[in-house]
Design a protein around this ligand. Structure first.
Ligand SMILES: Nc1ncnc2c1ncn2[C@@H]1O[C@H](COP(=O)(O)OP(=O)(O)O)[C@@H](O)[C@H]1O
Ligand SMILES: [Mg+2]
Length: 299
């Protein structure tokens, strides 16, 4: 499968329109739909995204911009500086559901998702970065896929490097190239970033939809806990969602998912498969997750 767009893959790309054909093609290639650099068939939907109503409505507005594009064009509302395409920027703290939402958006419009994570791309293909970015746009276009730039700040940051340094020269060239490609791209592009404040204004002007994600509030944590603690999970009766929602204040959806898993492991280690996951397991897991959230990979 085309994990990364190699030249020969690029030359053989044919647009695939129906979802059925798309699935068959991907399965025929033995595609790993979870692979980081992949042209994936989205599985998760907007139903999987647990966010406050206001954020969900922003996501739905973005979708309306895609599905009602013809009407918007008829109304003369698409001829703007951003070109014909749509660029959705999902920004907010880590673990709040941005990557998940990119997948859900692609799913809602029945398109594949082509994920490009700049930092990995750069480290793997040093010197070829600009060329590969161009290919990513072409590849997404040829496959009618949503182009998803994860960690987009690493490429669109306003940091002005020192042009006399050869590496910085390349950074400037890459950034300008991306801005140009964004302008010419007629498909749907999604950016995700934990560091939106670092975007430069030229990048901001090319973004058509801004969707802010935040750490989950109490009500959202209740819904996340409902999702991440399925009914078959042997949780002690003394544990209420309300108690856990209070305990998990300041943690993201991703943190909450991790801590439930951590609590289950602790109970299993102590008492094996017949265990019950109790208060101490959850308390320990919450503390562990809070410490990690403070100290590990802050961005
Ligand atoms: N708002 C959310 N709704 C549902 N699940 C979430 C949410 N936020 C995080 N998760 C869970 O945590 C995982 C990591 O979240 P992710 O979308 O990668 O966060 P981000 O891209 O914002 O860093 C997701 O795959 C999902 O299982
Ligand atoms: Mg992410």
């Amino acid at each position: 499968m085309p994990i990364l767009y190699k030249k020969e893959d690029m030359n053989n790309v044919l647009p695939i329109n129906s979802r059925k054909e798309m699935v068959a093609e991907m399965q025929g290639n033995g595609a790993d739909v979870r692979s980081r650099f992949s042209l994936m068939i989205p599985e998760r939907t907007l139903e999987d995204v647990i966010v406050p109503e206001i954020v969900m409505n922003r996501l739905r507005d973005s979708l309306a911009g895609i599905t009602h594009r013809k009407t918007l064009q008829k109304w003369g509302l698409c001829k703007n500086k951003t070109g014909a395409g749509i660029v959705i920027n999902l920004f907010g703290p880590p673990g709040t559901g941005k990557t998940l939402s990119a997948e859900a958006i692609a799913n809602a419009i029945e398109k594949k998702l082509f994920t490009v994570s700049y930092s990995d791309l750069e480290s793997k293909l040093i010197g070829e970065t600009a060329h590969n970015i161009e290919k990513a746009f072409e590849y997404a276009g040829a496959n009618d896929a949503v182009l998803f730039f994860d960690e987009a700040d690493s490429i669109l940051s306003k940091r002005v490097p020192d042009p006399s340094h050869s590496n910085d020269h390349e950074i400037i060239a890459i950034r300008n190239k991306v801005l140009k490609l964004m302008e010419g791209f007629s498909g749907v592009m999604i950016l995700a970033t934990n560091l939106a404040e670092c975007f430069d204004s030229a990048a901001r002007r090319r973004i058509t939809d801004q969707v802010e994600f935040s750490m989950p509030d109490y009500e959202t944590r209740i819904r996340l806990l409902e999702k991440f603690i399925p009914p078959e999970c042997p949780v002690s009766e003394e544990i209420t969602r309300e108690w856990l929602a209070t305990e998990t204040e300041g943690l993201s959806g991703g943190d909450i998912e991790n801590l439930v898993y951590a609590a289950a492991r602790k109970a299993l280690r102590e008492n094996g498969p017949d265990c019950v996951i109790g208060r101490t397991h959850f308390s320990d897991a919450v503390n562990q997750q809070k410490t990690a959230a403070m100290q590990v990979g802050k961005n």
